[in-house]
Write a protein that binds this ligand. Structure first.
Ligand SMILES: Cc1ncc(COP(=O)(O)O)c(C=O)c1O
Length: 340
């Protein structure tokens, strides 16, 4: 980590768009009530809109302070000491933390050769090891590679019903090929599948902490038992409601991020990096452990894992900064096609 604050933040997969004046105007009234505890009214409105967008019932939706809080509740509700938890590695860095905290036994499955989720291996573990929980990130982080909806459905059908399956869809909205309803359908029709989503990434509300789960009412009730009162503020619920009421703005933003993603991928490849095709708002540069340090020394915050450097897709200024730094790194090595 660099000792000074980075000037370009490309490590947390946030959206580069701050709230616009319309959003700020809508939220002013809610902020004026901030001396009060959260009301049921905003909570219920957010739940209703999420349920309508996913063709499910309000009883099948659970709100949380970001999807990481919901994931935390899922681990608390399902993983007893000594229970097995299976997930891909590298993946979301909180999974090993939640598992250790619960005194669970992790099975960390390596990514496929294409850096995707090994659904066959996870299903096999489900059948043979009977884990308490299997967690799948789709599209995967940190690779950005998606699993097809049909393959997810086949996988879920193979997993025994006593094994809870969480489909962590933090980056779902960036995937132009994703059908937002198909995984929700799976979640409400199977007793052991829960989908988690967030307003932190594609809806640009990371600072307000709001995410949600979709599952059948029994599983929602089992997870909610571990919840605390008032974890999601009225401000967060109202911002989520406002975001869901602006589908055209959301679609335009997703199109802009996808176009930036395509440009960033192409420019990194032109610098000699083997950038991975991504279905998310980040791009993985495999290998080159020195690359992340080089970027950090230039004030660009990035995330690293065993498979490479992950760069958030930001705006065109961010891209110009990172591509200039990537060119410098390539020229220092004296080659346009970089050795891995
Ligand atoms: C794969 C994955 N899941 C879940 C989250 C949690 O996001 P939040 O708690 O902001 O909803 C993140 C955040 O980076 C993530 O990368």
């Amino acid at each position: 980590m660099s000792s000074t604050a980075p000037s370009t933040r490309l490590d947390r997969n946030e959206l580069p768009f701050p709230p616009d004046s319309l959003t700020l105007g809508q939220l002013g009234d809610v902020l004026r009530q901030a001396n009060r505890y959260p009301s049921d009214v905003w909570h219920a409105r957010a739940v209703e809109l999420i349920a309508a967008a996913n063709d499910c019932r309000s009883a099948e939706v659970l709100l949380g302070a970001g999807s990481s809080q919901i994931l935390d509740l899922i681990w608390r509700a399902t993983v007893a000491p000594g229970a097995v938890v299976a997930y891909m590695s590298p993946g979301f860095e909180m999974y090993p933390i939640y598992t250790r905290r619960q005194h669970g036994v992790p099975i960390e499955v390596p990514l496929t050769a294409e850096l995707g989720t090994d659904l066959d291996r996870l299903a096999e573990i489900g059948e043979t090891e009977r884990p308490a929980l299997i967690a799948v990130i789709n599209p995967h982080s940190p690779s950005g590679v998606r699993a097809r909806a049909a393959d997810i459905a086949d996988f879920a059908a193979r997993v025994p019903r006593e094994v809870v399956v969480v489909l962590d869809e933090a980056y779902r909205e960036f995937d132009e090929d994703a059908d937002p309803r198909s995984s929700a359908e799976l979640a409400v029709s199977l007793p052991n599948v829960v989908v988690t989503r967030t307003f932190s990434k594609a809806y640009g509300l990371a600072g307000l902490r709001i995410g949600y789960a979709i599952a059948n009412p029994q599983l929602i009730a089992r997870i909610s038992e571990f919840s605390m009162p008032f974890t999601v503020s009225d401000l967060a619920c109202a911002a989520a409601v406002e975001a869901l009421r602006q589908p055209a703005r959301h679609a335009a933003r997703m199109a802009e991020i996808r176009a930036e993603r395509a440009r960033l991928t192409a420019e990194l490849r032109a610098c000699g990096f083997d950038a991975v095709d991504s279905a998310t708002n980040f791009v993985l540069v495999p290998g080159h452990p020195g690359f992340a340090e080089h970027l950090r020394a230039l004030g660009i915050a990035v995330s690293t894992s065993a498979i490479g450097t992950r760069l958030t897709v930001g705006d065109h200024h961010d891209r110009a900064t990172v591509v200039a730094a990537a060119r410098k790194y390539g020229s220092r090595l004296g080659s346009t096609t970089l050795p891995a």
